[in-house]
Design a protein around this ligand. Sequence first.
Ligand code: MG
Length: 309
Amino acid sequence: MRTPQVEPADGLPARVTIYEVGPRDGLQNEKGHVPTPVKVEFVRRLLAAGLTTIETTSFVPQAWVPQLGDAAEVLDALGEDGRGRTRPVLVPNERGLDRALEADVGAIAIFGSATETFAQRNLNRSVDESVTTFAPVVQRARAAGLWVRAYVSMCFGDPWEGEVSVDQVVDVATRLMDLGCDQLALGDTIGTGTTGHVHRLVDALAGKGIGPERLGVHFHDTYGQALANTIAALADGVTVVDASAGGLGGCPYAKSATGNLATEDLVWALHGAGVQTGVDLDALVATSVWMAGVLRRPSPSRVVTALST
Ligand code: MG
């Protein structure tokens, strides 16, 4: 079978927007140098496969993430394919925003942490300091007409601090959204979250005025929970789901945080449940097979493996 048998599931949205993070979150941890033309072709192939929302690159300093030091070159080569409100780039501070604006992007993503330890390790700032740092970034981005997403990492557990309370996540999320962000992305950076936890967090955010229509979910499959958690979030009214083509990437600072949810695995689950994504699964699998060849490593995606062997 090349496609799942379609049996519509109750309680799920008719359509989901996949927020593709492969070119940024997927590639940022690659040890071997990925040439700029490969990154450009990756984005173009994802677009051709029907993905509409793609985080293309990152304007964090090259010293932090050497792999994405060619962000300006990637965007230059992409031209219009890298512009607009559905092609966000990651921005860590005002300097990063300056570079993003110079590149004429139409959307940015900022990133906070639910925990102090990860805030220090990932951004070298406290949670308070990171909110302060992002305030002028969001203000200036919005003044320039940009769409803004706010990630919150470690929403479902932290490798150094252990459990993370829902209240703590809601507090950080509310402060970031109050800066004027359009969308909040809930990151399960180490992949330990489970379905009841998802429901509780989505409910708690709704109680503070951040409804599911303003959320995206970013699950990792480290503990095999990503798809279950995604379906739980969709049942709560979320319609934006992050995924990485071929399951590329993880997080360099989070111990054993391998495994972004693979876009192909997500597409199979959604199409089978009668949820539209607009994605051509065969074209996407072919893209991940091509990228696996470039990286000389098989894709960890189950669906890519099943459909390419
Ligand atoms: Mg990720």
